[in-house]
Design a binder for this molecule. Structure first.
Ligand code: OSB
Ligand code: MG
Length: 369
């Protein structure tokens, strides 16, 4: 697969509304869009999903640039690739930095699918024509505000509500939410805000008929999660703790969770994401696709991945309008009745809105092969 040039564009975009989790509030997003051209008229796009601060995981926008330009791009310049599955093997000597790896691997997958004239979903083995989506709702100033927001997204058709929780904003809040929405699929995401000292408190969530509770304990833990899952009926879903197929295997063997949230960036790219999907399918573990408040390119990658069959539960990839006044893809991602139609054009299936891309670009670097 010929590669002639890689462009790293740094973008700055502002979320319509601030998004608050147990680890902090985000509104201004800075990230890299990766572009790889083959010199034959095709261009693949990827998106790095790290944030500016290492609150969710250790990677940041700056470490993404450092690792891409000083290590990963050099590896790509020195090696020939015939299939995108080879990229994660080539990147193996570089420890960690999965989001940096994924940003480049994603562009290579898109380029590969475009060269083959097939959709990225098909290149990955996805068969679904449409995917079910839920929405992730941040911590709100008051329960009244939260209930209003939930009501809005229920009306919009989203298939499940994910409510961010933290100590002081958890059981009582969710009890009120459940009382107002007795039949809506609801789950909670703690972003690792608790420890086993909170075990008795967390067990109170068992009364609320939640679809799952996501990452209640340490961001790097699977041992304590197994202890918690052993005494809770509500399925635990792991997000932050899972960086690879190996982590997945260990967590499932230990009984640390019953559900896995797959984020492409967190696991180092689509090849690893697919491996985790296949393993979970074999072991009858439900998976769903998480989000990182991505712009359209990252969102398109999530949609393609979610076309795989074991993505049984609705993901967090909401429509463009949930995040941005203007997205960087055309058409924007539209959610109808809680469904997104998997696009049928080759590669990621959406065109880049070149004017929007230019508007949000604050820096760019070019690497020739
Ligand atoms: O834990 O899933 C998470 C956003 C930023 C960082 C971590 C998480 C999230 C979300 C929102 O829950 C997902 C999205 O809407 O893209
Ligand atoms: Mg999460």
């Amino acid at each position: 697969m010929p590669m002639k040039q890689i462009k790293l564009r740094k973008l700055q975009m502002r979320l319509k509304d601030p998004f608050t989790t147990s680890f902090g509030t985000m509104q201004d997003k800075e990230f890299y869009i990766t572009e790889i051209i083959d010199g034959e008229g095709n261009c693949g796009f990827g998106e790095s999903v790290a944030f500016t601060s290492p609150w969710y995981s250790e990677e940041t926008v700056k470490t993404n640039l450092h690792i891409m330009e000083d290590f990963l791009i050099k590896i790509l310049q020195e090696n020939k690739i015939s299939h995108p599955d080879e990229v994660s093997e080539l990147f193996k000597p570089i420890k960690g930095h999965n989001m940096a790896k994924s940003a480049l691997e994603g562009a290579i997958w898109d380029l590969y699918a475009k060269r083959k004239n097939i959709t990225l979903a098909k290149a990955l083995g996805g068969e679904k024509k449409e995917i079910e989506v839920g929405i992730s709702i941040g911590i709100h100033p008051s329960v009244k505000d939260l209930l209003q927001t939930i009501e809005y997204y229920v009306q919009e058709g989203y298939k499940r509500m994910k409510i961010k929780i933290k100590p002081g904003w958890d059981v009582d809040v969710l009890r009120e939410v459940r009382a107002h929405f007795p039949d809506t699929p609801i789950m909670a995401d703690a972003n690792s805000a608790y420890t086993l000292d909170d075990l008795e408190h967390l067990r109170e969530l068992d009364d609320l008929n939640l679809t799952m509770i996501e990452q209640p304990l340490g961001h790097d833990d699977i041992v304590d999660h197994a202890k918690l899952q052993a005494v809770m009926n509500t399925p635990i879903c792991l997000d932050e703790s899972i960086h690879s197929l190996e982590d997945t295997r260990k967590a499932i063997q230990l009984g640390s969770c019953k559900i896995i949230n797959i984020k492409i960036g967190r696991v180092g790219g689509l090849t690893e994401a697919k491996k985790i999907h296949d393993y979970c399918q074999k072991h009858d573990i439900a998976v769903w696709c998480g989000g990182m408040l991505e712009a359209g390119v990252g969102r398109a990658h999530n949609i393609a991945l979610t076309a795989l069959n074991q993505f049984i539960l609705p993901g967090d990839t909401a429509g463009s309008s949930r995040y941005w006044e203007k997205d960087i893809i055309k058409p924007e991602v539209i959610v109808r009745d809680g469904l997104i139609t998997v696009p049928s054009k080759p590669g990621i299936g959406y065109d880049i809105d070149e004017a929007a891309l230019e508007e949000f670009t604050v820096d760019e670097k070019i690497f020739n092969f």
